[in-house]
Design a protein around this ligand. Structure first.
Ligand code: EPZ
Length: 417
């Protein structure tokens, strides 16, 4: 099991390119199932979650190859409709394949995606919507067995919560459905828009992505296309957090600043200076960070839940008290225990975390237990006196492409052992 060794308090400097968005590439890869022929996906990050999706596509009969950040996917022949348990468990976001397999083959069988470290991750909204589109879904012995022999039918779907995954699953399923599907209370994340852009380039008719109501007019078939994945706004926020805790000035390239509209003000509250101009974000941290105001995670365009952990790590050494309210997932403070081992002063009660800034953290052996919690520990390690040893690096590799190489290129003392 690899570990990360971080020796903190090194200033960062220089410029780096932000990787493509994991949470856009995953649904786009699933959506290629609707096409016959070769799709070219540019700016696709090289991550274990992406590799897990490629394994599922290959199992189904698709050809998937990568050269650098370009991934080729050809789904000419799909000769299966099930996802084996061991592939399903690799990443719970595999539920996004349900609508795609059902729309392509009329059948889909997969195990219930397990919960994960940050919560139960129910899929009730996915199943309710697909049933409303005519799918017959049986749930037994932990398996979902779905059929839609006469294909899926467009319908009016109203989501009780703007679920990102459910919105994506329905959008994909609705592209080849008979008739029009309307999703009310749809998620508005930039990754939803990127998926809609990909599907519309394939010939789909999706209107209103990024707003609360999305309309999908079913078409007969889709053809493959080439598409470049949007930059990863959470990786960008994480690199900003690394610069914030080391009093550094860095430049991030390939950024869409509007995707960070709810994150930038939080860093500015802490005294950071941020300048955006056509795809480049210039970040300058103050010598001493001020406490941010209350940070509430919300569906987009609110503050993203995925940025909560890295920003909470920043607040640990800010001057004053910061309050976090985690409104999206029920168990997303697991990193706080490890941060306390590094000298942080954090109290969590339910979905609220109160962070009293301390002068500095000190290095310690810590354990990551989820993807963004792992990122928080890297941020904390960069700020701490002496050395921090982080285990559970496999969690980090799910969402960050060679983060330790990126950070050492910016001047951090960090290595994987
Ligand atoms: C996506 O997860 C992202 N993952 C998550 O990123 C992100 O945190 C989340 O959206 C919120 O932005 C991918 O895109 C692969 P949801 P998803 O459905 O789709 C509840 C990361 O770190 N819910 O919007 O699973 C659910 O339990 C990951 O990159 C239901 O109750 O998120 C949660 O409380 C973590 N029933 C809330 O909705 C359902 O059927 C939001 O979930 C579906 C969801």
């Amino acid at each position: 099991m690899s570990k990360l060794l971080v020796t903190g308090r090194k200033k960062l400097g220089g410029e780096t390119y932000v990787q493509g968005a994991k949470n856009s590439a995953l649904p786009v890869l699933a959506a290629t199932i609707l096409t016959k022929g070769e799709n070219v996906i540019y700016n696709c990050p090289d991550l274990s979650d992406i590799e897990a999706s490629a394994r599922i596509l290959r199992y189904l009969g698709c050809k998937v190859s990568r050269s650098g950040s370009t991934v080729l996917v050809n789904c000419d022949t799909i000769d299966k409709y099930d996802i084996p348990d061991e592939l399903m468990r690799k990443t719970r976001s595999s539920i996004i394949f349900l609508g795609a397999i059902l729309a392509r083959t009329g059948r889909a069988k997969m195990s219930f995606p397990g919960g994960c470290e940050i919560g139960l991750r129910p899929i009730d909204m996915h199943l309710k919507a697909l049933r409303e589109m005519g799918a017959d879904i049986r749930e037994k012995h932990g398996y979902l067995d779905c059929t839609a022999p006469k294909g899926l039918k467009g319908n009016k779907i109203s989501l009780s919560f703007p679920s990102v995954g459910a919105t994506e699953d329905i959008m994909i399923a609705a592209c080849l459905a008979d008739g029009t599907t309307t999703i009310t209370n749809a998620a508005r994340e930039p990754e939803i828009c990127d998926l809609a852009d990909f599907l519309n380039k394939c010939g789909a008719k999706i209107y209103g992505a990024g707003e609360g109501v999305v309309v999908i007019e079913g078409v007969k078939s889709l053809s493959p296309t080439s598409h470049s994945i949007i930059p990863d706004r959470i990786v960008c926020a994480t690199l900003m957090a690394c610069a914030a805790v080391t009093g550094s000035k860095i430049i991030l390239d390939g950024v869409i600043c509007s995707h960070l509209a709810s994150v930038i003000p939080v860093f500015e509250d802490a005294g950071c200076k941020i300048r955006c101009c056509n795809g480049t974000l210039e970040f300058t941290a103050p010598e001493k960070l001020k406490a941010m105001k209350t940070v509430r995670t919300m569906p987009y365009p609110g503050f993203p839940t995925d940025a909560q952990a890295p920003l909470l790590a920043v607040s640990c050494i800010a001057d004053g008290t910061t309050v976090f309210v985690e409104n999206i997932f029920e168990n997303r403070y697991r990193h706080t225990g490890e941060l306390i081992r590094m000298g942080a002063n954090i109290k969590t009660v339910g979905k609220v975390a109160v962070v009293e800034g301390v002068k500095s953290l000190y290095g310690a052996p810590v354990e990551a237990t989820d993807l963004r919690g792992a990122a928080a520990l890297v941020v904390a390690g960069l700020s701490a006196e002496s050395q921090t040893e982080i285990s559970g690096v496999r969690y980090l590799e799910r969402g960050y492409e060679n983060l330790e190489l990126t950070l050492s290129a910016l001047g951090a003392d960090i290595k994987k052992i």
